[in-house]
Design a protein around this ligand. Structure first.
Ligand code: G6P
Ligand code: MG
Length: 217
């Protein structure tokens, strides 16, 4: 049967989570806010605007909309400097074989990301052709854990939410998939992603036989 395989981008397909962190850390430093790798977990999967609010809350900083807008632009400019030289080598290990397997099995594939930079990243890494639908930060109004992004993705593929499988590295994203009644697959650490139905350290730990089972369910 046809299932919808929905992939988050940052931290699932490409190792950009570290670049988001570095760019936010620079803003935090300028504002004298202590912002750690652990705090960063709260930002994963979360929109740019919401991420800044979380950092400001951490530092108990109140700011005008004008300042916030400036920092949002600054963060993205910093982030984009890391993407300039991006190529296929930044695709996380094990991802390509799974994408290729799904294509061979004629399974619908979608991207479900909060990022407004998703399309250029898929183009630079040379994998945009795998995706039958791309739903990103330009298409949604409600950030994960709201399920909007995944529901739109499943709909675009013509598949019911119950028949959708979501790969996510963020707590907010796993929650969004669960709220959408989709099968959530956490990519990362058990202690962070325990709400996911299945958890794998990374894609090299996912066997194609497991994917095949999901397809045949
Ligand atoms: C993803 C990342 C977040 C990021 C968000 C928005 O969900 O996990 O860290 O803040 O996308 O990305 P953008 O590229 O639009 O700033
Ligand atoms: Mg992510």
């Amino acid at each position: 049967t046809k299932k919808a395989f929905i992939f988050d981008l940052d931290g699932v397909i490409v190792d950009t989570a570290k670049y988001h962190f570095l760019a936010w850390q620079k803003i935090a430093q300028e504002l004298n806010i202590n912002f750690t790798l652990e705090d960063n977990e709260l930002l994963k999967g979360v929109s740019r605007v919401r991420s800044l609010d979380i950092i400001l809350e951490l530092g108990k900083v109140e700011a005008s909309q004008e300042d916030k807008n400036r920092w949002l632009i600054q963060k993205n400019e910093e982030y984009l400097t890391y993407l300039v030289d991006m190529d296929q080598s930044e695709i996380l290990a094990g991802v390509l074989p799974v994408l290729q397997f799904l294509k061979d099995k004629k399974q619908p594939i979608a991207l479900g990301s909060a990022s407004k930079n998703a399309r250029p990243i898929l183009e630079k890494t040379g994998i945009i052709h795998y995706f039958d639908a791309i739903v990103d930060g330009n298409d949604v109004t409600n950030a994960k854990p709201d399920p909007e992004v995944f529901l739109i993705a499943a709909q675009a593929l013509g598949i019911k939410p119950e028949d959708a499988i979501v790969f996510e590295d963020s707590v907010a994203g796993v929650q969004a998939a669960n709220i959408a009644k989709m099968i959530s697959i956490g990519i990362g650490e058990e202690k962070t992603l325990h709400e996911a139905k299945y958890i794998f350290e990374d894609f090299t730990h996912i066997e194609l036989a497991f994917i095949e089972k999901l397809i045949n369910k």
